[in-house]
Ligand binder design. Structure first.
Ligand SMILES: [Zn+2]
Ligand SMILES: [Zn+2]
Length: 379
């Protein structure tokens, strides 16, 4: 693995090699406020890299011993020191001194404080939520999605300043990034609204990005959705996330699917279930039904003497497994409908039938065959 170019720590903080400790502290404070990722959630990954970079620089230059090693041997000299390349978490104690408690910086560094080491960093992953009809999900679909993405402004290299104009110190806060108010006994510090805490403002805005330092571009991506996807399925599109800061590789795009429910098919994985009502006569005498299936009509033969609650399985007539593992089954669950409104004549017939058909009303044997539910239909 080639080691990425590491910027000079003095250059990172914008101070001279002879800068005094408080000058370094003030420069770092300004840089950290400017690049704190919470300040610009739209452009978080870029800010995180910058923030870590200046924090690392500060952690070395604020420590007299490390600074001396760095001055003499450069980056290489620090690699043998405790805490790994001169960057360790003791710097966070200094953070509290400088900023108080208002940043969650430990979170930012995941406690370990080492992730910011490499100069080129992978871009953020993006998430795109997509809704599909049941039929689209069942059959699979190729579609195009339009993705708004933040891209770096090449014109101003992300600074937001017009080429050759640079930046100037914010007059409202004199470059401190914050304004202090006296309120009774307390001094309240607020982020400067003029410069949004950066301490600097651009003289002339970059015409390309109107001073934003980044541009919103829309990209169209063709997406092939395999058959059988379900709500919660995540499709990964490699390299279509945000571009990496400083030329790092792009992140991935994750398309998270939501599949609308079918009016009568209930889905369990790749299997489908639905309920079919049967009349007493159909259940008793048997019948042949044309039923809606996933791909057109299915023929289902109801045998004589079918019990209410019986389930018929049509193997392989369910949904596809999107990972290519064959097909699910289609289940028809039959329910015998007991008539609720009878004419006088119908009542009479049922009464006659009832007198002839006797059922013993005692608890059924648990292993009784009338409760065998699933019947396979091969066809
Ligand atoms: Zn620009
Ligand atoms: Zn300001």
């Amino acid at each position: 693995m080639t080691k990425a170019h590491q910027r000079d720590y003095y250059e990172v903080l914008g101070v001279t090699r002879t800068a005094a400790a408080d000058e370094i502290k003030s420069a770092y404070r300004k840089a950290a406020l400017k690049w704190h990722p919470d300040r610009d959630p739209e452009n978080k990954s870029e800010a995180e890299v910058k923030f870590r970079e200046c924090t690392e620089a500060y952690s070395v230059l604020s420590d007299a011993q490390k600074r001396q090693v760095y001055d003499t041997y450069g980056h290489a000299g620090l690699s043998g020191m405790g805490g790994g390349q001169g960057f360790d978490n003791t710097v966070f104690q200094d953070f509290h001194d400088i900023f108080g408690d208002f940043f969650g910086f430990e979170d930012l560094f995941g406690g370990g404080g080492r992730r910011g080491r490499s100069r080129t960093q992978r871009g953020s992953d993006l998430r795109y939520d997509m809704s599909l009809t049941f039929d689209e999900a069942a059959a699979g679909v190729t579609t195009k999605i339009k993705l708004p993405r933040q891209e770096y402004c090449q014109e101003c290299k992300g600074t937001g300043a017009k080429k050759g104009t640079g930046v100037q110190t914010c007059e409202a806060c004199k470059g401190r990034g914050q304004l202090a108010y006296q309120q009774g006994f307390f001094t309240i510090t607020r982020t400067c609204a003029t410069c949004q805490g950066a301490g600097q403002i651009v003289r002339e805005r970059c015409p390309e990005c109107r001073g934003q330092g980044r541009l919103e571009r829309e990209k169209t991506i063709e997406l092939r959705i395999p058959p059988g996807v379900d709500t919660g399925t995540r499709l990964r599109v490699a390299g279509e996330g945000e571009p990496g800061p400083n030329g790092g590789p792009a992140g991935d795009l994750y398309v998270v699917l939501e599949v609308k429910e079918h009016p009568f098919f209930e889905r369990r994985g790749a299997d489908l279930y639905c309920t079919i009502p049967l009349s007493i006569a159909q259940a008793t005498l048997g019948t042949e039904l044309q039923l809606p299936g996933l791909n057109g009509e299915e023929k289902l033969k109801i045998p004589e003497g079918t019990q209410s609650g019986a389930v018929f399985r049509l193997k392989g007539r369910g949904l596809a497994d999107p990972r290519g593992g064959g097909k699910g089954d289609l289940y028809y669950h039959v329910r015998v409908l007991t008539p609720t409104k009878l004419t006088r004549e119908q009542r009479k017939l049922i009464e006659q039938l009832g007198a002839m058909l006797k059922v013993e009303n005692k608890p059924a044997d648990r292993n009784s065959s009338i409760f065998d539910k699933v019947k396979d239909i091969f066809g």
